[in-house]
Design a protein around this ligand. Structure first.
Ligand code: PLP
Length: 382
């Protein structure tokens, strides 16, 4: 670990190579890994696309979706043939229930697509009521909410279907899960899935392991990273195709790619309870360090929640991301763009797109790391 005021802190959890030789974990797997009716895709957007295709949205039926979104989930829904009508996400990241009710009257949607942001549940009781009253299918997007629950039930188990993005919470090279909670089962999606190229999986796995090394030996890790980047550029120059994760865009041609065997092996080796506990501890530490200043809201870290990251409100995202990176802290600009059709001046989503920065709190981070992060935050937050 580098000393002084620099510490390399990657945005996502890194991969300790020892996991490949760890014994499998005896703990029972959490939802959705223990669900009998789930399908494992290379990325979550593949699952979303296949779900909407299978449900027969190809004739333009309406899905209500949040105006604050990543973009990939929206492009996948649209590519499957559905029409999207946006409802408002409020400053506190809760969906606007009144807006949803109004849109039910005017657009007669067939499905409500909700996102549980950063590990915090949406108001499920009210949402279920709206769905029941309007005959809506409910799809939960838990890409940001693996290991969280609501009223004792795991998030993603309350809707008719749900989708998870594993590589955001766990150090796996790829992995998205589509779950069907429909009684009677029937399989989430019948589609045959195909394997991804070994080079795509190896490339990302090596990158995650180099991040692990760089957290411990900055210069050595950095040099190896540069070498890996050079190899990557050479492969690209030689037209060796790799399928990315964590990128923006949707490729229907890659929609039937399955999660890799490497991810499957790793999923059996993690201690999920420990991961959840460390994430909660780290979030609490930063929240206290900032004492309510610069954080999105006075969010309570209730027992239900496994936070994905710390949502820091900053004046200028790009500048703040650069300032933090100069101290070794990698952040993610939480959804600068999204679907151009969803952009509406003056709406909370625009504020969120301009000001929310994802600060890491993942399970690799010790209290020393968090202390370093906390020291840099006041200089950049609102
Ligand atoms: C809310 C949300 N849903 C779905 C997705 C799609 O995830 P994936 O990258 O695994 O396709 C993402 C990220 O891209 C996301 O942020």
């Amino acid at each position: 670990m580098a000393g002084g005021d620099y510490m390399y802190i990657p945005a996502w959890p890194s991969l300790n190579p020892a996991f490949f030789v760890h014994p499998e974990h005896r703990q029972s797997a959490p939802f959705p890994l223990n669900s009998p009716d789930s399908r494992y895709f290379y990325v979550a957007r593949n699952g979303i696309y296949n779900l909407f295709r299978r449900l027969g949205f190809a004739n333009g039926e309406v899905v209500l979706a949040p105006d604050y979104h990543h973009g990939n989930e929206i492009y996948a829904i649209r590519a499957a043939g559905a029409s999207i009508v946006y409802y408002t996400i409020q400053h506190n990241l809760d969906l606007d229930l009144d807006a949803v009710i109004r849109l039910c009257r005017t657009h007669h949607p067939r499905a409500l697509y909700i996102t549980h942001f950063i590990g915090w549940p949406q108001p499920m009781h009210e949402i279920r009521k709206i769905c029941n009253e309007n005959g809506l299918m409910l799809i939960e997007d838990c890409a940001l909410s693996f290991l969280s629950s609501h009223g004792g039930a795991p998030l993603g188990s309350l809707g008719d279907y749900s989708v998870f993005c594993l590589y955001k919470t766990l150090p796996v090279p790829n992995g998205g899960v589509l779950v069907s909670n429909k009684r009677g089962g029937g399989g989430s999606v019948g589609t045959e899935l195909t394997s991804c190229s070994p080079i795509s999986v190896a490339g990302r796995s090596v990158e995650l392991m180099l991040q692990w090394l760089r957290m411990r030996h900055e210069w050595c890790g950095r040099a190896l990273f540069a070498t890996k980047r050079w190899i990557g550029s050479s492969l690209s120059a030689a037209s060796v195709e790799r399928v990315p994760v964590g990128n923006t865009g949707f490729d229907a041609g890659a929609a039937n790619l399955a999660m890799s065997g490497v991810s499957q092996v790793l999923l059996r080796r993690f201690d999920y309870e420990w991961i959840r506990n460390v994430r909660r501890r780290n979030f609490g530490f930063l929240q206290e360090a900032l004492s309510g200043k610069g954080t999105l809201l006075p969010w309570k870290l209730t027992d239900d929640v496994c936070p994905l990251f710390f949502p820091l409100l900053v004046k200028d995202k790009r500048q703040a991301a650069r300032a933090l990176w100069s101290k070794g802290i990698e952040t993610v600009e939480f959804w600068n763009n999204g679907d151009p059709e969803a952009r509406r001046d003056g709406f909370p989503a625009e504020f969120l797109r301009r000001h929310v920065l994802e600060v890491p709190i993942h399970q690799d981070l010790t209290l020393d790391h968090l202390d370093h992060v906390a020291k840099q935050m006041p200089a950049v937050c609102i």
